[in-house]
Design a protein around this ligand. Sequence first.
Ligand SMILES: *Cc1c(COP(=O)(O)O)cnc(C)c1O
Length: 341
Amino acid sequence: MSARIIELRSDTFTKPTPAMFEAMMAAKVGDDVFGEDETVNALEQKTAKLFGMEAAIFCPSGTMTNQLAIRAHCIPGSEVICDEQSHVYIYEGGGIAVNAQSSVKLIRGENGKITAAQVGNVINNPNDIHQPVTRLVSLENTSNRGGGSIYDFKEIVSIKNVCNQNKLKLHLDGARIFNALAESTETPLDYGKIFDSISICLSKGLGCPVGSLLLGNTEIIKQTRRFRKLMGGGWRQAGFLAAAGIYALDHHVERLREDHRRAKEAGKLISKLSYVKDIYPIETNIIIFELDDTITAIEFVQKMNEKGIKCIPFGKQLVRMVTHIDLTDNDLEYLHHVLSS
Ligand SMILES: *Cc1c(COP(=O)(O)O)cnc(C)c1O
């Protein structure tokens, strides 16, 4: 086992920087279940304002914020349209069925992204009593299983038009929306105008230890406060965590392009390895590559582990690596060294 550990399994492994930690320790807190944690309130207001939305709710995870949104948009017997690789479908424990008592219409998109035409083709006939009522479209930007791919904003606008024509709500799983924004000309306000709800994670690229927010109109957010409580997600002096979020929004957004640069640099080398068959286009901080049949993903990950480099199998022949704030150029050099030896 190597003495040096380079964590590339996810951008969720980051630890607070000393300055973030200081901000957390200095937070003014209260009981958030009573609405009295002023730092939580400040974070919710700051984020809602940033995206031009009416309100926000701070939660422990992105799974919770996605699930709260889906539950709020769907009554039992509804149907949600999403890409077949969506986090809301494959990584949330079947939560759409459990929490919203609704079904899913899966679309095979490209790198996790679906089109307006595809959405238009799968909306159920609201007058046919056999079919669940299509009520929601959920998009993921950037797409995790799509390799950190970014939506073309024009496509999002077209999807919104289809939603309007068919009275559907539109949700964004924006766990990594700031990674998408860092590479686009659009602003958070542009997204706020389009979506009925937006979930963002502070615990991913922004480097916070814990936390996600759901943004929406006053009514939706009020409803989700009740749902969050019944899920056991009402929390008390969460301001210590909210302070990390405020700090990250002020200091860790601009730097995301550094993570993207490092991912692209690592990708260049990975794509040249003899046993790498294919690599997804690297648009942000996620690297996904396919191994040829001389080595499986589990074997590759094991070999890397022995050298102190942690990454994860993402399928039988697929491996994922994610860059983040705790990764330095020096770490990248070590990765190059290990891969080339
Ligand atoms: C990480 C992630 C989430 C939320 O995950 P939690 O671990 O519950 O915070 C949601 N969507 C996507 C695309 C993600 O990558």
